[in-house]
Design a protein around this ligand. Structure first.
Ligand code: NAP
Length: 262
């Protein structure tokens, strides 16, 4: 299916690696021009070079820096003639015990995983509505539906974003203007981040890494981890011209790991 996105512009935050890169690749395959972002300029430029090589007809621009900094947000927004598609993403907060977290830990998590997406949404949605097309996809986490105790900072900050978006997506001035806002909730995806958490868990338990990986995968009905390409494909589908009636939803992508009916 042609997703009807050729010539559109997307800002994909935190996209040099992992799920963000998967989204950027899938959108590029649909003919979308891109603004890419990540803190590390080297990996960011390498991803941009790979995308330019694969899609020579597209404009691929890079803005290096922490997306939670207002100056980086402004530069990323200014790098495209207009933003038709916004994919919000950033690194997840660290795991731990809430007894060890101080106010500054909470503020950092809220800044990266709630307030930054809200600031970027605020900057783009009214322009999208005026042009009659807009797609916002927030990469959150399966932990929004099934909280993970050690990821309290993530559970809290992402749930705040989810509650806010649930209201905003239903504003008629956006929904009636073909502007949709949805959240994509990853379960376990085979990215650098997941690899690091498994190395840490292998070190803690003294088990071989491969055993830890297999045990974790066995806990998922699909018996495997998801791939960034699969994640990106669903993101592109949510951004498609055809998905204009799909808004305010939380889409779990987890190989069946979430055990509930709803
Ligand atoms: P990843 O493989 O570690 O990739 C993260 C990407 O984001 C990198 O390109 C990184 O580049 C960039 N980044 C991180 N913090 C940034 C910031 N503040 N500003 C700009 N760029 C930033 O991670 P991932 O697995 O794709 O995860 C993406 C998001 O999904 C995270 O929030 C994660 O918590 C969430 N998630 C992932 C999984 C999973 O199984 N993978 C499951 C649930 C939720 P730099 O480091 O150079 O900035």
């Amino acid at each position: 299916m042609d997703l009807g996105l050729k010539g559109r512009w997307a800002l994909v935050c935190a996209s040099s690696k992992g799920l963000g890169r998967g989204c950027a690749e899938a959108l590029a395959a649909e003919g979308v021009n891109l603004v890419l972002n990540a803190r590390g300029a080297e990996a960011l430029e390498a991803t941009a070079a790979a995308l330019r090589q694969a899609h020579p007809g597209l404009e691929i621009r890079c803005v290096a820096g922490d997306i939670s900094h207002p100056a980086v947000q402004a530069a990323a927004l200014a790098a495209a003639p207009q933003i038709d598609i916004l994919v919000n993403n950033a690194g997840g907060p660290p795991p731990g015990d809430f007894r060890d977290w101080e106010r500054e830990h909470w503020l950092a998590a809220l800044e990266a995983n709630m307030l930054t997406p809200i600031a970027l949404i605020k900057a783009v949605v009214d322009g999208m509505a005026a042009r009659g097309f807009g797609r916002v996809v927030n990469i959150t986490s399966g932990a929004v539906k099934a909280p993970i105790d050690t990821l309290g900072l993530s559970n809290g900050a992402r749930s705040g974003l989810t509650g806010f978006v649930a209201g905003l997506a239903r504003q008629a001035r956006l929904a009636a203007a073909n502007v949709t806002i949805n959240n994509l909730l990853p379960g376990a995806f085979d990215t650098e981040r997941l690899g690091k958490t498994m190395v840490a868990s292998a070190e803690r338990s003294g088990q071989p890494l491969e055993q830890v990986r297999q045990q974790r995968a066995q806990g998922i009905p699909a018996r495997r981890f998801g791939t960034a390409a699969e994640f990106g494909a669903v993101c592109a589908m949510l951004c498609s011209a055809q998905a204009g009636y799909l808004t305010g939803q939380n889409i779990l992508l987890d190989g069946g790991a979430y055990p509930g009916t709803f």
